[in-house]
Design a protein around this ligand. Structure first.
Ligand code: COA
Ligand code: AMP
Length: 638
């Protein structure tokens, strides 16, 4: 039987221009495109060249014009401030137009960059939409990054303005943002002309006269600004993500293709109708927040939930059920780690009984591998389909999923199901030959990538090619390894680079190594990701000290932990390091991080044929055992 999925998938690959050209009819254009797929400059592909659009118009104004003005656009639910606030589409339009006026008044125009360093408050979404309204390019930086990381992004994006708040609230902790921002600006070589600071009642921020502007004052005086038509191919945003070094990659998203893809995905991947309540429990600082807290649901005329809280502890493991029941959420999207946290605190989901979840229809999980245990736990207690789907910051939306709006295939636990229309996923071996069904290899996507994906990296075309396109000519390298089974189900098993996934957050061990190496007593170091029952993985550092160091080891370990927190941020969750005499290496000097990780996780491993000195592995094993790893963890298959 040919399903709607099969037909859509086939057409999307055979006739991408026809497929996406039809999907583009769901977006309002000032001027139609000349070409749906512009392949005149491979490997750089562009979608909807010649078209003129505005993303804010399609996400906000359009709905007011079409009669959704009184519908709630954003529900801000903040257990950490005991607040629930609702903004209708008409109110969102008013505030966005005014904030666009504020930015324009500060000199921001089409193409200028604006960094948004905000906690999970509606003003973060308003700031993003206001940039889109002006054709300015926003770059949201996650609040859990340290001043140094923010400074790196300021230098790369060169923003005219930075929008921030006096503080973020993390569970019970209030985190002043302004000192971090001031320090980042001090560290950066590029200086923004202005900052706009949202004063929150919990913490006052000191404003620098002439540079810093108060959000509320500015908004009160602002003249609303209309939407500015931009080219479909103009950048909407830059989102920095971990690369293999301390220099993050600036993933670029365009306006036209992005809207077309996200709107299509709301209907066909998530099976959501306009007017429904959609909740992505993530953060605006991550791609999930961009695509499915802000743009996707708003482009689709949904009500989106912006949740400033945690799955547990705000106040308890029933928090998600409370939000779903109170706001009649139909669809929830979060990371498996959130469910592992809930499961840990409330193994029998007893708190679920307090709430009526009758509107709840589907749970989507992404951001890391969905372990079958957690997935089955959610299925059992929620009684709704639990859909794993696979994607990346770079792709902006799902590469593989059970497309609930096309055809619901049986769930195979451990697999995010099948390639989504538009995505020609292949598995290639080291010699670049296609793997057989079931054989693990590199997961790659045949070019051109569908709309909504990264057209390039910010100011780094060559890095875009070397990072993603050079290794497998004609394909995009996802840097994930896995396989496709005989039914076409994709399995994503591990990264092929040094990226680790901590609580659904993507982190570079290479970047952490750069920080450890900067400690004056460290001669050599390595960071690996070790298994953690709640966060999936946690970073673990190995240090070889310089000869003659007399400082107590404990002190050095405390210092390096503080150093990573200070340079990268609390989000790195770097809490453990150990001192070893030597690091295991190949004869050519490559550190055997993969083998160390297997030892730490108590997995079987083969003695690498190229190892320089096999005896070192025993030392590593002893060391890991002494700090609670290796033998302490359950043995699992290699
Ligand atoms: N601003 C400042 N600090 C932040 C922050 C922010 N926006 N976000 C996280 N941090 C801090 C945390 O407070 C914590 O600090 P600590 O070391 O002082 O405790 C540290 O960064 C690590 O944060 P996290 O990894 O999130 O751990 P956690 O123990 O606070 O929470 C979970 C764990 C699983 C509950 C949480 O990560 C979660 O809800 N994840 C699922 C949803 C999600 O965000 N997914 C991302 C992509 S879909
Ligand atoms: P990020 O760019 O932060 O979204 O992280 C993307 C990476 O997270 C991917 O390359 C995968 O390694 C991992 N990932 C995301 N979703 C899944 C999933 N459903 N299954 C397995 N891994 C996933």
């Amino acid at each position: 039987m040919t399903t709607a999925y099969d037909a859509a998938y086939r057409r999307s690959l055979q006739d991408p221009s026809g497929f996406w050209g039809d999907a583009a009819a769901d977006i309002k254009w000032y001027k139609a495109w000349d070409k749906v797929l512009d392949d005149s400059r491979p490997p750089f592909f562009r979608w909807f060249t010649g078209g003129q659009v505005n993303t804010c118009y399609n996400a906000v104004d359009r709905h007011v014009e079409e009669g959704r003005g009184e519908q709630v656009a954003i529900i801000y639910d903040s257990p950490v401030t005991q607040t629930v606030r609702r903004l209708t589409y008409a109110q969102l339009q008013d505030q966005t137009a005014r904030f666009a006026g504020v930015l324009a008044g500060l000199g921001v125009g089409k193409g200028d960059r604006v960094i948004v360093y905000m906690p999970m408050v509606p003003e973060a979404a308003i700031a993003m939409l206001a940039c889109a309204r002006l054709g300015a390019v926003h770059s949201v930086v996650f609040g859990g990054f340290a001043a140094n990381e923010l400074a790196t992004r300021i230098n790369d994006a060169q923003p005219k303005v930075i929008v921030s708040a006096s503080c973020g609230i993390e569970g019970q902790k209030v985190i002043p943002y302004k000192p971090l921002l001031d320090h980042a600006i001090e560290l950066a070589s590029h200086k923004p002309a202005h900052t706009v600071i949202l004063a929150r009642p919990q913490v006052a921020a000191e404003l620098l006269s002439g540079r810093d502007v108060d959000w509320h004052d500015a908004l009160a005086k602002a003249v609303p600004h209309d939407c500015v038509p931009v080219a479909a191919t103009d950048p909407l945003y830059i989102l920095y993500t971990s690369g293999t070094t301390g220099q993050p990659k600036g993933v670029v998203r365009d306006n036209g293709g992005h809207m077309v893809a996200l709107k299509w995905s709301m209907k066909y991947v998530y099976n959501v109708q306009p007017g429904e309540v959609y909740w992505a429990a993530s953060d605006v600082g991550w791609v999930v927040g961009h695509s499915y807290i802000v743009y996707g649901p708003l482009l689709h005329g949904c009500t989106t939930v912006l949740y400033e809280g945690k799955p547990v502890g705000t106040p308890d493991a029933g928090a998600f059920w409370r939000v779903i029941a109170e706001h009649k959420v139909e669809t929830l999207f979060t990371a498996p780690t959130a469910f592992r946290a809930i499961k840990r605190d409330d193994p029998e989901a007893a708190l679920l009984k307090k709430y009526d979840l009758k509107h709840f229809r589907t749970l989507f999980l992404a951001g890391e591998r969905s372990d079958p245990d957690t997935l089955q736990w959610a299925e059992r207690h929620l009684g709704v389909p639990v859909i794993d789907h696979w994607w990346q910051t770079e792709t902006g939306w799902a590469i593989a999923a059970n497309c609930m709006g096309l055809h619901r295939f049986p769930v195979k636990h451990g697999s995010p199901a099948k390639a989504v229309p538009g995505w020609n996923i292949q598995v290639l071996d080291e010699g670049h030959h296609p793997c057989k069904a079931g054989q693990v290899g590199a997961l790659v996507v045949k070019l051109p990538l569908p709309p909504g994906t990264l057209p390039t990296l910010w100011n780094a075309d060559q890095r875009y090619i070397s990072s993603y396109l050079a290794e497998f000519p004609g394909y995009y390298k996802t840097a994930d390894a896995g396989f496709i089974d005989e039914d076409g189900y994709v399995y994503v098993m591990s990264r092929t680079d040094d990226i680790i996934n901590v609580a659904g957050h993507r982190l570079s061990t290479g970047a952490m190594e750069e920080v450890l190496a900067s400690h004056p007593d460290v001669a050599e170091c390595a960071v690996i990701g070790v298994h953690d029952a709640m966060k999936g993985q946690l970073p673990l550092g190995f240090l070889v000290l310089k000869a003659g160091v007399t400082k107590p080891e404990e002190q050095i370990l405390t210092e390096v932990v503080a150093l990573v927190r200070d340079r990268i941020g609390p989000v790195a969750a770097f809490k453990t390091a150990t001192i070893v005499n030597r690091l295991p290496k190949t004869r050519s000097g490559k550190i055997l991080r993969g083998t160390m990780q297997k030892i730490a996780d108590h997995e079987d491993y083969k003695m690498p044929a190229t190892i320089d000195d096999p005896g070192i592995l025993e030392e590593i094993e002893e060391n890991l055992t002494s700090i609670g790893y290796a033998n302490a963890l359950p043995k699992s298959a290699s």
